[in-house]
Ligand binder design. Structure first.
Ligand code: SAH
Length: 219
């Protein structure tokens, strides 16, 4: 059901979440993780985001996970990258240069498949999921990550009664409830982004706050 919803969205080209430019908060706050220019970065629920190319440009190996084959194929085609899939543990695995995309259900990925991850970038992944799946997502994500792994998390917070997700509202209280047991949490930024997102004003929102967090997995 949940996966069909997303597969249909890609089929219908109903992908308002996709940004043509690299995400500003990624460029502003990634350097604050102080990771150096190496290591694998996991991008769960990656769509065809340009952010993966930016991360690769920083020297990282990027591993994206995405259910829609349309998204995966468009990512490589639109960026003039040559990639052909190989099968890995029942998932299609595409690579070109420093970007590797696993086409399949994120919940079916294992630590062995995603490889040694040193950081995670989550923009529009946690907030793509309804409440019960968010809890499963955090548990599964954490199970893939070694201690010390940093997550750059970007979420939005709006009055939930004003709009049905996705994107879902995830407030500061929920971030702490979801991640607090296993991660240290620091909020890096908080700002009103409604003016930059007129489509959400049209959908009825009167307030939309973006928060950026650094989460670090505790030993
Ligand atoms: N992070 C991307 C895409 C956000 S939209 C961006 O910033 O543009 C959420 C994406 O997650 C969609 O592309 C959807 O197809 C994908 N998705 C949803 N559930 C998934 C799952 N269980 N496994 C893998 N991908 C999933």
């Amino acid at each position: 059901m949940q996966l069909d919803f997303w597969l249909n969205k890609w089929q219908k080209k109903d992908i308002g979440f996709h940004q043509d430019a690299v995400n500003q908060s990624l460029m502003d706050f990634w350097p604050r993780l102080d990771l150096g220019n190496q290591g694998h970065v996991l991008v769960p629920l990656c769509g065809k985001t340009q952010d993966m190319l930016w991360l690769a440009g920083q020297g990282h190996h990027v591993v994206g996970v995405e259910i829609s084959p349309i998204a995966v194929q468009e990512f490589f085609a639109e960026n003039q990258l040559d990639a052909t899939p190989v099968q890995l543990d029942g998932l299609d695995d595409w690579s070109a240069g420093a970007v590797r995309l696993i086409c399949g259900d994120f919940f079916a990925t294992t630590a062995a498949v995603v490889d040694e991850v040193m950081a995670v970038y989550d923009r529009a992944a946690l907030i793509a999921l309804p409440p019960e799946l968010r809890r499963r997502y955090v548990a599964h994500l954490s199970s893939l990550l070694p201690y010390g792994t940093d997550i750059l998390l970007v979420v939005i917070d709006y009055p939930p009664a004003e709009m049905d997700g996705p994107p879902f509202s995830v407030n500061d209280h929920e971030v702490n409830a979801l991640y607090g047991a296993e991660f240290s949490i620091s909020m890096l930024a908080e700002r009103d982004v409604l003016d930059e997102n007129p489509r959400f004003r049209q959908r009825g929102l009167t307030r939309m706050i973006e928060r950026v967090y650094r989460l670090t997995k505790l030993a």
